[in-house]
Structure formats: C-alpha cells, structure tokens
Design a protein around this ligand. Structure first.
Ligand code: SF4
Length: 363
C-alpha cells in the first residue's frame, strides 16, 4: 500500500466545490482510490439500530416523525427494558453486526432514566459488541459517565449547514450541537456525526455541511450520510426529491475529505435501487445499517441485503467474536419472531409512516 494521503481539516469551500463539480466518473474514481488507501475495498461495516425510547420528543426537527410537534401516527414508547435491549443486541451480533446503536428520542438524557441507560451500555458491551448511543445533547458529566460505562461511539449529527440549520430546527442551535460533540471528544469517545440531504437545502449548504464535518479535528470516525425519508405529517413531507446522483456525489466528496472515516450509507438506503447502492459503495460508502430493516420488516428484506452483498462481492466486516452460521440463523429466527410480537418494533411494510425514525435511524 502506498503512503496514505494526509488528513486535512482546512478544506476551503472552493476546494470542496471543485471536487463536487468534477465529472461524475472522475469523482467516483478519485473517491474509490482514496478509499482503498485506508480500507479493504470490498468490506462493509454493519451496524444495527434499536430505538430504546420512541416518540414524544420535545425537539422540532422538521424531518423527524418522533418530534412531539407533528402528527405522524407514530406510536410512542417508554424506555425499553434492559432485558429487551440485551436480547436484541444478541440477535444483532449473531446476524453479523459489529456495532449496536441505541437511539432515544430525547432533547437530552432524562436524569431518572440515565442509570438504566448506563446499564444498557455495560450489558451490550459485555456481549463483545461496539456500543453507540444517540440521546440528544450531553453535558460534560453525562458524556464522561457514558464513556466510563464503556460507550464507544456517540451519534450527534450536524444535519445541514450552519446557515440552513434554523430552517430545520428551532429548539437548539448549531453551537449546541458542536458543544455536545466537544464533550463527547473530551470524554474520550468516538464520534458518529453526519448530515441529511434532500431537506430543501441549496448546493452551498451541502458544501458547507461537508466542510463543517471535515473541519472537526479529529474527523468523526463514523459519518452517516442520510437522504431524507419523507414522512407524512412532518413539515418536509412535500419537499422536492433529491437527485440520487447528487447524493452519490456527496458520499464521494465525504470520502475524499475524510478518507479514514467510515462513511455510512444511512437513512434513505431503502429508497435507492441496487444500482445506486452499488454506486454509493463505489463512491466510498463502507458502512450501513442492517438490523433495523431486518428487525422491522419481513425476511425477504433481509435476504435482499444479503443477496445484494453477494452480487457485489461485498463482505461484512467481522464482529470481534465470530459466530457460526448456525448460531447466526437461530438468532435471526429469534429476532424475526420477536419482531412480530415486540412492542419495540413496527412492521414498516404495513405503514411506512409509522416506522420509528429516531435520530438513531439517521446515525
Ligand atoms: S431527530 Fe432526534 S432530537 Fe430531533 S425530533 Fe427526532 S428524536 Fe428528537
């Protein structure tokens, strides 16, 4: 392997724009070449998500059906029992996930619930999984407590450019967001931080979002790139569709700006064709969510992902402790049966608008 391209934190808008505007195939080639300096070319890291507290969020993020400000028909759920969380984490690990992400629809963690959240981190960590949480804003003490409990990653997205942020959320500021990210870093945790495209933002906003992410030092270890999933009842449900090729460009530019980070093809993946997903992997995406669809929709959806990986020759990055195919199959069955009876998951095939879309689905 030749010498690694240097990591930079000082990309100018002009430089980012020049990357974005080059011919599509040139951009993809540059992104893929960059990717191969840092990562095995045909491996995808797989994370699984569980919503540990759903709906009734006091924040007013215009893209989110979990906000208490909008009528989306989403069923609210209290904090999940630790037993249920461990059960789902076991199933996720057996299904091949190396990281288990837990998302709660809070402005910030509730004091009363926080000890249980810390227990969830410890229990999931004990299974040999990487742990990730998204719980809203953290102060320094909360960040340290999560780190001490063994939390590996904290997800906190910047969503869009500083300039467009107030168009999307009025209940917190960009500065609040950056402050929480600083607390997460100071506590020694890894950062999962990305954005959402297709919320009616302009090109400059997309460039500025990427510039903000790439100016974080160190870069976020994980960068979720989300394409807006329009949910009826949210203020953005009629926004104009984003051109898929623009989304692929964003992934490619993110790969070049943050070459050592995992770029996650996140929310909106279910709306992309197999061909577009393949292009996203070519552009340098090397992480996806796997379990949320697996646990909330019928088996053919899970099989479809597996088939796509097989068709593309992609391998799942191994969890720390390999599991046998038999154990994996048994756990998958258990997870699917659980999904049919569990109050913690929805059958997204029955009513897309009712599927939980927490911050966590955007991690
Ligand atoms: S994105 Fe997160 S903070 Fe915003 S409304 Fe949804 S759950 Fe709440």
């Amino acid at each position: 392997m030749s010498s690694l391209p240097a990591l930079r934190y000082d990309w100018t808008l002009d430089e980012i724009q020049a990357l974005w505007q080059q011919a599509f195939l040139d951009l993809l080639l540059q992104a893929q070449q960059t990717h191969r300096h840092y990562f095995p070319p045909n491996q995808v890291q797989v994370s699984t998500l569980m919503s540990i507290k759903t709906g009734a969020c006091p924040e007013d993020c215009k893209y989110c059906p979990q906000s208490g400000h909008y009528q989306t028909g989403l069923q609210r759920e209290q904090l999940a029992e630790i037993r249920k969380v461990v059960q789902q984490a076991q199933a996720a690990k057996a299904a091949g996930a190396s990281r288990f992400c837990m998302g709660a629809a809070w402005r910030s963690p509730q004091e009363k619930a926080f000890p249980a959240v810390l227990d969830m981190v410890r229990e999931v960590k004990n299974l040999g999984l990487e742990t990730c949480m998204t719980l809203g804003m953290l102060d320094a003490q909360q960040a340290q407590a999560l780190a001490d409990a063994g939390l590996d990653y904290y997800n906190h997205n910047l969503d869009t450019s500083p300039e467009y942020y107030a168009e999307i959320i009025s209940t917190r500021t960009y500065t609040d967001r950056l402050q929480t990210l600083a607390h997460v870093r100071d506590a020694g945790m890894k950062v999962c931080c990305g954005g959402i495209l297709g919320m009616g933002e302009g090109m400059q906003d997309r460039l500025k979002l990427l510039q903000q992410l790439a100016s974080l030092q160190p870069h976020p270890e994980s960068v979720p790139m989300n394409m807006l999933v329009k949910v009826e009842g949210t203020p953005l449900d009629q926004v104009e569709d984003l051109d898929e090729l623009e989304f692929i460009r964003a992934i490619a530019v993110a790969r070049i700006l943050m070459p050592a980070s995992y770029i996650r093809l996140s929310a909106g993946r279910e709306n992309l064709s197999d061909t577009s997903q393949a292009l996203a992997f070519m552009a340098g995406a090397n992480s996806i969510f796997y379990g949320d669809k697996l646990l909330t929709t019928s088996n053919p959806e899970a099989q479809k992902d597996q088939q796509l990986f097989a068709r593309l020759g992609l391998e799942i990055e191994q969890a720390s402790t390999p599991v046998s195919e038999q154990v994996r199959a048994a756990a998958l069955n258990q997870a699917l049966q659980e999904a049919q009876t569990s109050a913690y998951f929805y059958d997204a095939t029955q009513n897309e608008a009712r599927a939980p879309k927490p911050c966590g689905l955007l991690v």
